[in-house]
Design a protein around this ligand. Structure first.
Ligand SMILES: [Zn+2]
Ligand SMILES: [Zn+2]
Ligand SMILES: [Zn+2]
Ligand SMILES: [Zn+2]
Ligand SMILES: [Zn+2]
Length: 433
């Protein structure tokens, strides 16, 4: 199994967490031709299409299963949320503390998501555990991931859900594409309109797809969502380069070095799409992508990545290196070379790791490195800008909507019916004021 497949196996899709798809093989009841999936009798969370799938998932599932069983027997923890979303959120946080104690470790990403996204009535916020002997939750027949406990509560909720149902469906269809067992990278067409000279970049995704002779993606469907989610990274970098360098310089650039700060799975999965930078900047011979971040697998000083046949034939090279460490640590190593631009995606500087970010930002400001940072939401972006300014950064573009944001919806773990998008807002900075 490749590491990408292993990584995907560890993550469960939204359909799986909702109990609409088998927790092991990702098939829905309809896809395997059964009326209802089997529910794990201990935790009443994970669902399976067959005993075989339940067995196959057990080594993965058993830890959370035991902890959830322990929690569900603790009656005091199941007080009523009084139809209040805020109470539901509070209770969830309390439950996660109890689960942490039961597991005797922090919850991993899957466990946190499974708990936060567990099915509940969208009106009274009761879960299958709260309802116990009453009838099970009723799913929306369209998206199958939104539930109410009764037809009365569906009556109440239907109108609100109508506009959201489409976003849920888009999100689920995007997940289907992302989790397909596909070895080919999404998005590396080798055709483009050679008459269009970039930069400047086109004004939006529609213009971009037209240039790439893939106008069918203009309708923002699921495939388009997944593609923009990946391409959002190289295009956000390109649009930052446009802002920091004059056009003639970009058009004549032969060697380009990009640093990616706080890189993790998202950046690794999208790595192949960074070739787009070579397609937009015509004179490029070599692109060096230096990824720095604690979540990266082992260190390497640079490996050659495959390029499309056009780039390969013209002798272009794409090199990628991994440094699993803090950026300022990499900066003080002998491997450091000054980049043309440094990028940090969905960084959330203002969150828990603020103190960890400070030496990194100071290093970037001292070196006067052109930087682009992105965030999921306006509030996060605004908070980030505030912190950057308090550290003395000269902010050039502050918390502005990014036209190269992802169009793929992701569900917010906290809160109900809230979605977010990768790289929605961007901030550019360079040096100190
Ligand atoms: Zn299955
Ligand atoms: Zn279980
Ligand atoms: Zn209800
Ligand atoms: Zn729906
Ligand atoms: Zn190419």
């Amino acid at each position: 199994m490749t590491s990408k497949e292993e990584e995907l196996k560890k993550r469960k899709t939204y359909l799986q967490i909702a109990g609409t798809a088998c927790s092991n093989c990702r098939k829905t009841g309809a896809e395997v031709g059964i009326k209802a999936l089997l529910r794990c009798t201990r935790c009443r969370m994970s669902c399976y299409c067959s005993r075989e799938c339940q067995k196959a998932d057990f080594s993965f599932h058993k830890h959370l299963c035991a902890a959830v069983k322990e929690l569900s027997e603790f009656e005091e923890a199941w007080y009523s949320c009084n139809e209040q979303e805020s109470e539901w959120n509070k209770r969830n946080i309390y439950h996660m503390q109890l689960l942490t104690e039961a597991l005797d470790r922090e919850l991993n990403n899957y466990e946190r998501n499974a708990w936060l996204h567990q099915p509940k009535c969208h009106v009274c916020f009761r879960t299958t555990r709260d309802l116990q002997n009453q009838s099970p939750l009723i799913p929306c027949p369209e998206c199958k991931v939104t539930f109410c406990c009764s037809s009365e509560h569906w009556e109440k909720h239907r109108e609100k859900h109508q506009s959201l149902c489409k976003i849920y469906q888009l999100m689920i269809n995007c997940e289907r594409i992302r989790y397909q067992d596909t070895s080919e990278t999404l998005w590396a067409p080798e055709e483009w309109d050679a008459n269009a000279i970039y930069p400047p970049l086109p004004k939006d995704w529609n213009g971009y797809f037209k240039w790439r002779k893939n106008s069918q993606f203009i309708h923002l469907d699921a495939l388009c969502g997944v593609i923009t989610n990946n391409l959002s990274l190289p295009l956000t970098i390109l649009s930052a380069l446009e802002r920091f360098y004059v056009r003639s310089k970009l058009r004549s650039l032969e060697d380009l070095t990009i640093h990616i700060i706080g890189a993790s799975q998202y950046e690794i999965f999208a790595l192949m799409t960074f070739e787009e930078i070579m397609h937009v900047l015509p004179k490029i011979k070599t692109v060096r992508i230096i990824m720095v971040g604690f979540e990266l697998p082992g260190q390497n000083h640079g490996i050659d990545l495959q390029c499309c046949s056009r780039c390969t034939n013209s002798g272009r090279k794409r090199i990628c290196a991994f440094y699993p460490m803090a950026y300022h640590e990499y900066g003080s190593s002998s491997d450091y070379t000054a980049p043309h631009v440094s990028a940090g995606f969905n960084t959330g500087l203002y969150e828990d790791d603020t103190e960890l970010w400070k030496p990194t930002i100071e290093f970037l400001l001292d070196k006067e490195t052109p930087c682009v940072f992105t965030s999921y939401s306006k509030e996060e972006a605004t908070q980030d800008v505030k912190i950057l300014k308090s550290w003395g950064a000269k902010v050039i573009v502050g918390a502005k909507e990014n036209k190269w944001k992802s169009t793929m919806p992701l569900v917010e773990p906290q809160g109900t019916d809230k979605f977010y998008y990768n790289n929605f807002y961007r901030t550019l900075l360079q040096g100190r004021v």
